[in-house]
Ligand binder design. Structure first.
Ligand SMILES: Cc1cc2nc3c(=O)[nH]c(=O)nc-3n(C[C@H](O)[C@H](O)[C@H](O)COP(=O)(O)OP(=O)(O)OC[C@H]3O[C@@H](n4cnc5c(N)ncnc54)[C@H](O)[C@@H]3O)c2cc1C
Length: 517
């Protein structure tokens, strides 16, 4: 059998995996990066407005939840990126760090002051001030194009009495504003492009799906992976780093015999190491849209008209350079809360069912999103075949408080849309189009694409990794992606995931230095 030895093996070239690989390379390590998906060749990956066209293509794992009891038995579609850049190659590019309160709950080592330098390390930011970094690999920019409906939406928010927020990333996001995006010259600046593109000093294998992590004497020593129809082994002398994301990291641990003994027994997988928290604590941000007919025809749906294609091709300007969810806001649905519990995403398109439903007419959408869900779910494996998708039950709305908060969000969104500033654009209400908001939530709730928490860090029986991201009870095995978040941050999850990865790389290198001295 063909074998290779490296210092480190990184599993998954997503938002976290690209960061860690690059930082290990900077320190002179020999790294093998294995990615289940193919190269990121589709031009739509670079075109910001095209991200939802990548759904249900080979660039997407195309996952589905179990039927949701509190959503009329619906099975929900969950896109996840499957290519270089991972979900960061198909996401909406909104740059949000979260609220400083979020990190207080993550344990020692994770206060806002401790995480801030690592957020800054990621970015090359257009704002030159003390909040932002200038020397990082990833460009953070304003979009080249913002639609007039979005500008009217922001004026409407002010008319409703909300503050304007020019920068959501100072630790206390509040109010309404334009999102900053990870764009470079009008194109997506994906984690792969920012951190690894053009780097020659490592081994990268695409279409290489890891099937199992190899353990010996309670230490990770390598992986078994599938590549070009062959099953191969690879070995790492210093460590294996799991960055396959919130769904596939726990999935792979379970297939490696690491997890809840009862779940593994049921699936017919031999137990290597008992960790009952693997796959538990699944959290996600749910969103529910309000959609209105637009009185102007030139919503972003027109982005594919020849003049816009030409403008984008020649200058990287115009509607195709929009990331669709152009603006939003962070608000409290109750005055006694210390931090926002709702985020709004505004899009000058008909955004229902992930943008997969053909728009019946020009429209714009506003999606209240629950930032602090109380309902948590889990995922697990059905049998011993690692090529089968895990079973995913996010348990949406299990706690009725989540439903009530979303309903308050819909009411606030409705008021916002009825402010005078949006009058020139506002046609008839398309969704919900009736007064039964509970039914509307149940029949239209969708993921905002932020699953996390399934290998949570901590020092309790359900924790999978310690606060420095080492798998409890095993040596040389780390998990460092969205799965380690004990609780979701308030906001979009890519930058928090990359911040985790920046920290993980530093700690992994420290562990290596300590082991050799
Ligand atoms: C449609 C969509 C829109 C989003 N919009 C935003 C946004 O605007 N802003 C924001 O901040 N966040 C957004 N997010 C969320 C954000 O992209 C994710 O939280 C983040 O990318 C997670 O990073 P990760 O490294 O944990 O996982 P991923 O980036 O998903 O990376 C995991 C990688 O591991 C690979 N992999 C999985 N299993 C294996 C295996 N067995 N062997 C080898 N490789 C494997 C996958 O193919 C993938 O490349 C969005 C996500 C989606 C899907």
């Amino acid at each position: 059998m063909h074998t290779m030895t490296h210092d480190f093996i990184v599993i998954g070239a997503g938002s976290a995996g690209c960061v860690i690989t690059r930082r290990l390379l900077d320190a002179g390590a020999r790294v093998l990066l294995l990615e289940a998906g193919g190269p990121d060749l589709d031009p739509r990956i670079k075109i910001p407005a095209a991200f939802s066209q990548l759904f249900r293509t080979p660039y997407d794992w195309e996952l589905y939840t179990q039927p949701q009891r509190h959503l009329l038995g619906r099975t929900l579609y969950w896109p996840r990126g499957k290519t270089l850049g991972g979900s960061g190659a198909i996401n909406a590019m909104i740059v949000i760090r979260g609220h400083l309160e979020d990190y207080q709950s993550w344990g020692t080592d994770w206060s806002w002051d401790q995480v801030l330098p690592y957020f800054q390390r990621i970015e090359h930011h257009f704002l030159k001030n003390e909040h932002h970094g200038q020397d990082g690999p990833m460009e953070v920019q304003e979009r080249n194009f913002t639609h007039p409906i979005t500008q009217a939406f922001l004026r409407a928010a002010v008319q409703m009495g909300h503050p304007v927020c020019r920068d959501f990333n100072t630790g206390k996001p509040y109010g309404f504003g334009l999102y900053h995006v990870n764009h470079r010259k009008g194109e997506r600046h994906s984690p792969f492009h920012a951190y690894l593109k053009g780097h020659k000093g490592y081994t990268l294998k695409t279409r290489a799906q890891v099937l199992r992590i190899l353990l010996h004497n309670k230490a990770a020593r390598g992986v078994v992976y599938r590549h070009q129809g062959k099953v191969l082994n690879a070995f790492a002398s210093q460590g294996v780093i799991l960055t396959a994301g919130a769904i596939h990291s726990p999935h792979l641990l379970m297939h490696s015999g690491i997890g809840d003994p009862a779940v593994l027994r049921h699936a017919g997988i031999d137990l290597e190491h008992a960790l009952p928290g693997v796959g538990q604590n699944l959290q996600d941000h749910p969103a529910v849209p309000l959609i209105y007919q637009s009185r102007t025809d030139d919503t972003l749906e027109t982005a594919l008209q020849p003049q816009h294609i030409l403008n984008y091709t020649l200058k990287k300007q115009g509607p195709l350079s929009s990331n669709v969810a152009e603006a939003g806001g962070f608000i409290r649905s109750k005055s006694d809360l210390s931090a926002p519990d709702l985020q709004f995403h505004m899009a000058p398109v008909y955004y229902r069912d992930h943008g997969l439903t053909a728009p019946p007419m020009p429209a714009f959408s506003l999606g209240p999103t629950l930032l602090t869900p109380r309902s948590t779910g889990r995922l697990w494996v059905q049998d011993a075949n690692p090529l089968k998708a895990p079973l995913i039950d996010p348990h949406y709305l299990h706690d009725p408080e989540d439903l009530y908060t979303l309903i308050r969000g819909l009411e606030m969104a409705h008021d916002l849309i009825h402010q005078p500033a949006l009058k020139p654009y506002r046609g008839k209400e398309l969704l919900p189009g009736h007064k039964d908001l509970q039914f509307h939530v149940q029949s239209n709730l969708q993921t905002l694409y932020h699953p996390a928490g399934t290998c949570q860090m901590g020092e309790h029986p359900q924790a999978v990794v310690d606060s420095r991201l080492r798998v409890h009870g095993l040596k040389k095995l780390y998990v460092a992606d969205a799965s380690v978040m004990p609780a979701l941050p308030r906001g979009n999850t890519q930058f928090p995931t990359m911040m985790i990865a920046e920290r993980a790389a530093e700690w992994i290198l420290q562990d290596q230095t300590q082991a050799t001295t």
